[in-house]
Design a protein around this ligand. Structure first.
Ligand SMILES: NC(=O)c1ccc[n+]([C@@H]2O[C@H](COP(=O)([O-])OP(=O)(O)OC[C@H]3O[C@@H](n4cnc5c(N)ncnc54)[C@H](O)[C@@H]3O)[C@@H](O)[C@H]2O)c1
Length: 340
Protein backbone atom coordinates (compact mmCIF):
# COMPACT_ATOMS: atom_id res chain seq x y z
CA UNK A 1 0.00 0.00 0.00
CA UNK A 2 1.94 3.03 -1.25
CA UNK A 3 -1.08 5.25 -1.76
CA UNK A 4 -2.22 7.63 0.99
CA UNK A 5 -5.97 7.77 1.56
CA UNK A 6 -7.40 11.30 1.85
CA UNK A 7 -10.22 11.45 4.38
CA UNK A 8 -12.93 13.88 5.35
CA UNK A 9 -14.20 13.74 8.93
CA UNK A 10 -17.62 14.97 10.09
CA UNK A 11 -17.99 15.86 13.78
CA UNK A 12 -15.25 17.01 16.14
CA UNK A 13 -16.76 16.06 19.48
CA UNK A 14 -15.43 13.44 21.92
CA UNK A 15 -15.09 10.57 19.46
CA UNK A 16 -14.37 12.67 16.34
CA UNK A 17 -11.35 14.27 18.03
CA UNK A 18 -10.10 10.85 19.12
CA UNK A 19 -10.36 9.35 15.61
CA UNK A 20 -8.79 12.46 14.04
CA UNK A 21 -5.83 12.33 16.43
CA UNK A 22 -5.33 8.62 15.80
CA UNK A 23 -5.45 9.10 12.01
CA UNK A 24 -3.06 12.08 11.95
CA UNK A 25 -0.55 10.64 14.45
CA UNK A 26 -0.74 6.86 14.12
CA UNK A 27 -1.99 5.92 10.65
CA UNK A 28 0.56 6.95 8.00
CA UNK A 29 -1.53 5.42 5.17
CA UNK A 30 -4.25 8.08 5.68
CA UNK A 31 -4.59 11.82 6.16
CA UNK A 32 -7.51 14.11 6.97
CA UNK A 33 -7.95 16.77 4.29
CA UNK A 34 -11.17 18.42 5.53
CA UNK A 35 -12.98 18.47 8.88
CA UNK A 36 -16.65 19.51 9.01
CA UNK A 37 -18.48 20.43 12.19
CA UNK A 38 -21.48 22.72 12.61
CA UNK A 39 -19.42 24.35 15.39
CA UNK A 40 -16.27 24.66 13.24
CA UNK A 41 -16.15 28.43 13.80
CA UNK A 42 -15.56 27.96 17.53
CA UNK A 43 -11.97 28.64 18.58
CA UNK A 44 -11.66 25.37 20.48
CA UNK A 45 -12.31 23.37 17.28
CA UNK A 46 -10.39 25.75 14.96
CA UNK A 47 -7.25 25.77 17.12
CA UNK A 48 -7.38 22.05 17.81
CA UNK A 49 -7.70 21.24 14.06
CA UNK A 50 -4.88 23.63 13.16
CA UNK A 51 -2.56 22.13 15.79
CA UNK A 52 -3.32 18.68 14.41
CA UNK A 53 -2.38 19.77 10.87
CA UNK A 54 -5.83 19.42 9.26
CA UNK A 55 -5.57 21.74 6.23
CA UNK A 56 -9.22 22.81 5.95
CA UNK A 57 -12.16 23.08 8.32
CA UNK A 58 -15.74 23.97 7.42
CA UNK A 59 -19.24 24.11 8.88
CA UNK A 60 -20.68 22.43 5.76
CA UNK A 61 -20.12 18.68 5.34
CA UNK A 62 -21.02 18.92 1.64
CA UNK A 63 -17.54 20.35 0.98
CA UNK A 64 -16.10 16.92 1.81
CA UNK A 65 -18.47 15.16 -0.50
CA UNK A 66 -17.72 17.31 -3.55
CA UNK A 67 -13.92 17.14 -3.14
CA UNK A 68 -12.66 14.60 -5.71
CA UNK A 69 -9.45 13.91 -3.73
CA UNK A 70 -11.36 12.64 -0.71
CA UNK A 71 -11.83 8.89 -0.97
CA UNK A 72 -13.65 8.21 2.29
CA UNK A 73 -15.51 9.97 5.08
CA UNK A 74 -15.47 9.30 8.81
CA UNK A 75 -18.85 10.15 10.39
CA UNK A 76 -18.54 11.11 14.07
CA UNK A 77 -21.45 13.55 14.43
CA UNK A 78 -24.43 12.90 16.70
CA UNK A 79 -26.46 9.73 16.12
CA UNK A 80 -29.49 11.48 14.58
CA UNK A 81 -27.33 12.65 11.64
CA UNK A 82 -25.72 9.29 10.73
CA UNK A 83 -28.28 7.78 8.34
CA UNK A 84 -28.68 10.95 6.24
CA UNK A 85 -24.91 11.47 6.10
CA UNK A 86 -24.36 7.84 5.03
CA UNK A 87 -26.87 8.30 2.21
CA UNK A 88 -25.26 11.57 1.07
CA UNK A 89 -21.73 10.13 1.24
CA UNK A 90 -22.73 6.96 -0.63
CA UNK A 91 -24.38 9.00 -3.40
CA UNK A 92 -21.15 11.04 -3.66
CA UNK A 93 -19.24 7.76 -4.16
CA UNK A 94 -17.25 8.01 -0.90
CA UNK A 95 -16.38 5.01 1.26
CA UNK A 96 -17.76 5.40 4.78
CA UNK A 97 -16.71 4.79 8.36
CA UNK A 98 -19.65 5.61 10.66
CA UNK A 99 -19.84 5.62 14.43
CA UNK A 100 -22.43 3.44 16.13
CA UNK A 101 -25.41 3.33 16.07
CA UNK A 102 -26.35 3.93 12.41
CA UNK A 103 -29.73 5.17 13.60
CA UNK A 104 -32.31 4.34 16.26
CA UNK A 105 -34.88 3.26 13.63
CA UNK A 106 -34.45 -0.03 11.77
CA UNK A 107 -36.38 1.34 8.76
CA UNK A 108 -34.01 4.30 8.44
CA UNK A 109 -30.99 2.01 8.70
CA UNK A 110 -32.34 -0.19 5.91
CA UNK A 111 -32.75 2.88 3.66
CA UNK A 112 -29.15 3.95 4.38
CA UNK A 113 -27.83 0.43 3.69
CA UNK A 114 -29.69 0.34 0.39
CA UNK A 115 -27.94 3.59 -0.66
CA UNK A 116 -24.58 2.04 0.27
CA UNK A 117 -25.38 -1.07 -1.76
CA UNK A 118 -26.50 0.93 -4.81
CA UNK A 119 -23.36 3.08 -4.73
CA UNK A 120 -21.16 0.01 -4.18
CA UNK A 121 -19.07 1.81 -1.54
CA UNK A 122 -17.60 0.30 1.62
CA UNK A 123 -19.18 0.87 5.02
CA UNK A 124 -17.61 0.14 8.40
CA UNK A 125 -19.45 0.66 11.70
CA UNK A 126 -17.58 1.76 14.84
CA UNK A 127 -17.82 -1.43 16.88
CA UNK A 128 -14.31 -0.87 18.22
CA UNK A 129 -14.48 -3.58 20.90
CA UNK A 130 -14.03 -6.25 18.21
CA UNK A 131 -10.51 -4.79 17.79
CA UNK A 132 -9.61 -4.90 21.50
CA UNK A 133 -6.61 -7.11 22.25
CA UNK A 134 -8.37 -9.02 25.07
CA UNK A 135 -11.73 -9.66 23.38
CA UNK A 136 -9.95 -10.51 20.10
CA UNK A 137 -7.87 -13.18 21.88
CA UNK A 138 -11.09 -14.68 23.27
CA UNK A 139 -12.57 -14.73 19.75
CA UNK A 140 -9.40 -16.32 18.32
CA UNK A 141 -9.50 -19.10 20.95
CA UNK A 142 -13.14 -19.80 20.03
CA UNK A 143 -12.32 -19.81 16.29
CA UNK A 144 -9.38 -22.18 16.91
CA UNK A 145 -11.84 -24.63 18.52
CA UNK A 146 -10.05 -24.54 21.88
CA UNK A 147 -13.28 -24.48 23.92
CA UNK A 148 -15.34 -26.63 21.55
CA UNK A 149 -18.85 -25.53 20.58
CA UNK A 150 -19.86 -22.25 22.29
CA UNK A 151 -22.75 -22.84 24.71
CA UNK A 152 -22.78 -19.79 27.01
CA UNK A 153 -21.66 -16.21 26.27
CA UNK A 154 -21.29 -14.02 29.34
CA UNK A 155 -20.61 -10.27 29.08
CA UNK A 156 -20.05 -7.89 31.97
CA UNK A 157 -20.16 -4.26 30.85
CA UNK A 158 -20.35 -1.55 33.49
CA UNK A 159 -19.48 2.14 33.20
CA UNK A 160 -17.65 4.02 35.96
CA UNK A 161 -20.21 6.85 36.01
CA UNK A 162 -23.43 7.77 34.21
CA UNK A 163 -23.29 10.28 31.33
CA UNK A 164 -24.78 13.78 31.79
CA UNK A 165 -28.59 13.82 31.91
CA UNK A 166 -28.74 15.91 28.75
CA UNK A 167 -26.91 13.08 26.97
CA UNK A 168 -29.21 10.42 28.49
CA UNK A 169 -32.28 12.24 27.14
CA UNK A 170 -31.12 12.08 23.48
CA UNK A 171 -29.07 8.86 23.57
CA UNK A 172 -31.92 6.46 22.73
CA UNK A 173 -31.55 4.87 26.17
CA UNK A 174 -29.24 2.30 27.75
CA UNK A 175 -29.89 -0.51 25.24
CA UNK A 176 -29.35 1.59 22.09
CA UNK A 177 -26.51 3.67 23.50
CA UNK A 178 -24.50 1.39 25.78
CA UNK A 179 -25.62 -2.25 25.50
CA UNK A 180 -25.43 -1.94 21.71
CA UNK A 181 -21.68 -2.61 21.97
CA UNK A 182 -22.42 -5.73 24.03
CA UNK A 183 -25.04 -6.96 21.55
CA UNK A 184 -22.43 -6.72 18.81
CA UNK A 185 -19.81 -8.43 21.01
CA UNK A 186 -22.25 -11.25 21.80
CA UNK A 187 -22.86 -11.93 18.06
CA UNK A 188 -19.12 -11.66 17.39
CA UNK A 189 -18.21 -14.18 20.10
CA UNK A 190 -21.08 -16.61 19.45
CA UNK A 191 -20.52 -16.61 15.69
CA UNK A 192 -24.30 -16.82 15.42
CA UNK A 193 -27.28 -14.48 15.18
CA UNK A 194 -29.50 -13.56 18.13
CA UNK A 195 -33.04 -14.88 17.62
CA UNK A 196 -34.73 -13.87 20.90
CA UNK A 197 -34.18 -11.49 23.81
CA UNK A 198 -35.47 -11.22 27.38
CA UNK A 199 -34.56 -8.07 29.29
CA UNK A 200 -34.86 -6.97 32.91
CA UNK A 201 -33.99 -3.39 33.82
CA UNK A 202 -34.11 -1.02 36.74
CA UNK A 203 -33.16 2.40 38.06
CA UNK A 204 -30.72 1.69 40.89
CA UNK A 205 -28.02 4.33 40.30
CA UNK A 206 -29.81 7.66 39.87
CA UNK A 207 -33.59 8.39 40.04
CA UNK A 208 -33.04 11.29 37.61
CA UNK A 209 -32.17 8.72 34.92
CA UNK A 210 -35.53 7.07 35.58
CA UNK A 211 -37.27 10.46 35.45
CA UNK A 212 -35.66 10.97 32.01
CA UNK A 213 -37.35 7.75 30.87
CA UNK A 214 -34.28 5.51 30.92
CA UNK A 215 -32.84 2.69 33.05
CA UNK A 216 -29.32 2.45 34.50
CA UNK A 217 -29.06 -1.25 35.36
CA UNK A 218 -29.96 -4.24 33.19
CA UNK A 219 -29.62 -7.94 32.53
CA UNK A 220 -30.36 -9.17 29.01
CA UNK A 221 -30.68 -12.86 28.12
CA UNK A 222 -30.02 -13.77 24.49
CA UNK A 223 -30.86 -16.91 22.52
CA UNK A 224 -28.74 -17.58 19.44
CA UNK A 225 -29.66 -19.42 16.23
CA UNK A 226 -27.02 -22.09 16.97
CA UNK A 227 -28.64 -22.87 20.34
CA UNK A 228 -26.12 -20.97 22.49
CA UNK A 229 -27.40 -18.71 25.30
CA UNK A 230 -25.95 -15.34 26.30
CA UNK A 231 -26.22 -13.09 29.34
CA UNK A 232 -25.23 -9.43 29.40
CA UNK A 233 -25.17 -7.45 32.65
CA UNK A 234 -24.90 -3.65 32.60
CA UNK A 235 -24.61 -0.86 35.12
CA UNK A 236 -24.07 2.84 34.50
CA UNK A 237 -22.01 3.06 37.69
CA UNK A 238 -19.45 0.60 39.00
CA UNK A 239 -17.73 2.04 42.09
CA UNK A 240 -14.39 0.50 41.09
CA UNK A 241 -14.31 1.77 37.48
CA UNK A 242 -14.92 0.52 33.94
CA UNK A 243 -15.66 -3.21 34.12
CA UNK A 244 -15.30 -4.94 30.74
CA UNK A 245 -15.06 -8.72 30.75
CA UNK A 246 -16.29 -11.49 28.49
CA UNK A 247 -16.42 -15.28 28.74
CA UNK A 248 -17.29 -17.98 26.24
CA UNK A 249 -18.05 -21.37 27.78
CA UNK A 250 -18.15 -24.37 25.46
CA UNK A 251 -18.20 -28.15 25.20
CA UNK A 252 -14.43 -28.43 25.80
CA UNK A 253 -13.83 -25.58 28.27
CA UNK A 254 -14.04 -21.83 28.68
CA UNK A 255 -12.11 -18.74 27.67
CA UNK A 256 -12.39 -15.45 29.53
CA UNK A 257 -10.56 -12.15 29.76
CA UNK A 258 -9.94 -9.74 32.62
CA UNK A 259 -9.95 -5.97 32.93
CA UNK A 260 -6.89 -4.03 31.84
CA UNK A 261 -5.27 -2.17 34.73
CA UNK A 262 -2.72 0.69 34.63
CA UNK A 263 -0.22 -1.77 36.10
CA UNK A 264 -0.27 -5.40 37.21
CA UNK A 265 1.39 -4.60 40.57
CA UNK A 266 -0.24 -6.37 43.51
CA UNK A 267 0.50 -5.31 47.08
CA UNK A 268 0.18 -8.11 49.63
CA UNK A 269 0.25 -7.29 53.36
CA UNK A 270 -1.24 -8.59 56.59
CA UNK A 271 -4.30 -6.45 55.81
CA UNK A 272 -4.98 -8.12 52.44
CA UNK A 273 -3.98 -8.32 48.80
CA UNK A 274 -4.61 -5.23 46.68
CA UNK A 275 -4.28 -4.60 42.93
CA UNK A 276 -5.10 -1.60 40.75
CA UNK A 277 -8.60 -0.64 39.65
CA UNK A 278 -9.50 -1.11 35.94
CA UNK A 279 -8.51 1.66 33.52
CA UNK A 280 -11.00 4.49 34.05
CA UNK A 281 -13.28 4.58 30.96
CA UNK A 282 -13.51 3.87 27.25
CA UNK A 283 -10.92 6.44 26.17
CA UNK A 284 -8.32 4.81 28.44
CA UNK A 285 -9.45 1.18 28.14
CA UNK A 286 -10.20 0.96 24.44
CA UNK A 287 -7.78 3.46 22.93
CA UNK A 288 -5.77 0.82 21.07
CA UNK A 289 -8.96 -0.69 19.64
CA UNK A 290 -9.96 2.68 18.13
CA UNK A 291 -6.60 2.83 16.34
CA UNK A 292 -6.93 -0.79 15.17
CA UNK A 293 -10.45 -0.33 13.79
CA UNK A 294 -9.42 2.76 11.79
CA UNK A 295 -6.33 0.97 10.44
CA UNK A 296 -8.61 -1.88 9.34
CA UNK A 297 -10.96 0.58 7.57
CA UNK A 298 -8.13 2.37 5.77
CA UNK A 299 -6.63 -0.98 4.72
CA UNK A 300 -10.01 -2.20 3.41
CA UNK A 301 -10.41 0.94 1.26
CA UNK A 302 -6.84 0.86 -0.05
CA UNK A 303 -6.78 -2.88 -0.82
CA UNK A 304 -10.40 -3.22 -1.98
CA UNK A 305 -11.15 -5.88 0.63
CA UNK A 306 -14.38 -6.07 2.65
CA UNK A 307 -14.59 -4.07 5.89
CA UNK A 308 -14.42 -6.35 8.97
CA UNK A 309 -17.66 -5.02 10.53
CA UNK A 310 -20.32 -3.59 8.24
CA UNK A 311 -23.86 -2.40 7.71
CA UNK A 312 -25.47 -5.77 8.45
CA UNK A 313 -23.77 -5.78 11.87
CA UNK A 314 -24.95 -2.20 12.45
CA UNK A 315 -28.54 -3.23 11.70
CA UNK A 316 -28.52 -6.43 13.80
CA UNK A 317 -27.33 -4.65 16.95
CA UNK A 318 -30.16 -2.10 16.65
CA UNK A 319 -32.75 -4.85 16.06
CA UNK A 320 -31.53 -6.62 19.22
CA UNK A 321 -31.64 -3.35 21.19
CA UNK A 322 -35.19 -2.66 20.01
CA UNK A 323 -36.20 -6.20 20.95
CA UNK A 324 -34.71 -5.62 24.42
CA UNK A 325 -36.73 -2.40 24.79
CA UNK A 326 -39.92 -4.22 23.78
CA UNK A 327 -39.13 -7.08 26.15
CA UNK A 328 -38.64 -4.66 29.03
CA UNK A 329 -41.87 -2.78 28.25
CA UNK A 330 -43.97 -5.94 27.83
CA UNK A 331 -42.14 -8.13 30.38
CA UNK A 332 -41.80 -11.11 28.03
CA UNK A 333 -39.23 -12.71 25.71
CA UNK A 334 -39.24 -11.03 22.27
CA UNK A 335 -38.17 -12.64 18.98
CA UNK A 336 -36.00 -10.57 16.67
CA UNK A 337 -38.41 -11.34 13.81
CA UNK A 338 -41.07 -9.31 15.70
CA UNK A 339 -38.98 -6.15 15.18
CA UNK A 340 -39.14 -4.16 11.92
N1 LIG B 1 -17.52 3.74 19.57
C1 LIG B 1 -17.63 4.30 20.75
O1 LIG B 1 -17.19 3.76 21.76
C2 LIG B 1 -18.26 5.66 20.86
C3 LIG B 1 -17.93 6.48 21.93
C4 LIG B 1 -18.53 7.74 22.01
C5 LIG B 1 -19.44 8.15 21.05
N2 LIG B 1 -19.77 7.30 20.02
C6 LIG B 1 -20.77 7.72 19.00
O2 LIG B 1 -20.20 8.79 18.26
C7 LIG B 1 -21.20 9.76 17.96
C8 LIG B 1 -20.74 11.13 18.49
O3 LIG B 1 -20.61 11.04 19.89
P1 LIG B 1 -19.74 12.12 20.73
O4 LIG B 1 -19.75 11.64 22.12
O5 LIG B 1 -18.45 12.42 20.04
O6 LIG B 1 -20.71 13.39 20.60
P2 LIG B 1 -20.34 14.94 20.76
O7 LIG B 1 -21.64 15.60 21.05
O8 LIG B 1 -19.18 15.11 21.68
O9 LIG B 1 -19.84 15.38 19.29
C9 LIG B 1 -20.66 15.44 18.15
C10 LIG B 1 -20.10 16.53 17.23
O10 LIG B 1 -20.81 16.47 15.98
C11 LIG B 1 -21.10 17.81 15.56
N3 LIG B 1 -22.25 17.77 14.64
C12 LIG B 1 -23.55 17.49 14.95
N4 LIG B 1 -24.29 17.53 13.82
C13 LIG B 1 -23.45 17.82 12.80
C14 LIG B 1 -23.62 17.97 11.39
N5 LIG B 1 -24.82 17.86 10.80
N6 LIG B 1 -22.53 18.28 10.62
C15 LIG B 1 -21.31 18.39 11.20
N7 LIG B 1 -21.09 18.26 12.54
C16 LIG B 1 -22.14 17.97 13.32
C17 LIG B 1 -21.36 18.57 16.85
O11 LIG B 1 -21.19 19.97 16.67
C18 LIG B 1 -20.29 17.96 17.79
O12 LIG B 1 -19.06 18.67 17.71
C19 LIG B 1 -22.49 9.25 18.58
O13 LIG B 1 -23.24 8.61 17.57
C20 LIG B 1 -22.05 8.25 19.62
O14 LIG B 1 -22.98 7.19 19.81
C21 LIG B 1 -19.18 6.08 19.91
Amino acid sequence: MNERLQLGIIGAGRIGKLHAQNIMHLIPEAKIKILADILAEQDQIKNWAKDLGIPRITTDYRELLTDPEIGAVVICSSTDTHADLIIAAARAGKHIFCEKPIDLSAAKIKTALQAVKEANVKLQIGFNRRFDHNHRSVKEAVLAGKIGEPQLIQITSRDPAPPPLEYVKVSGGLFLDMTIHDFDMARFLAGSEVVAVYAAGGVLVDPAIGAAGDIDTAVVTLKFANGAIGVINNSRQAAYGYDQRVEVFGSKGSVLDRNDTPSTAVISTAAGVVGEKPRYFFLERYNESFVNEMKAFVAAVLTGQATPVGGFDGLQSVLIARAALKSLAENRPVKIEEID
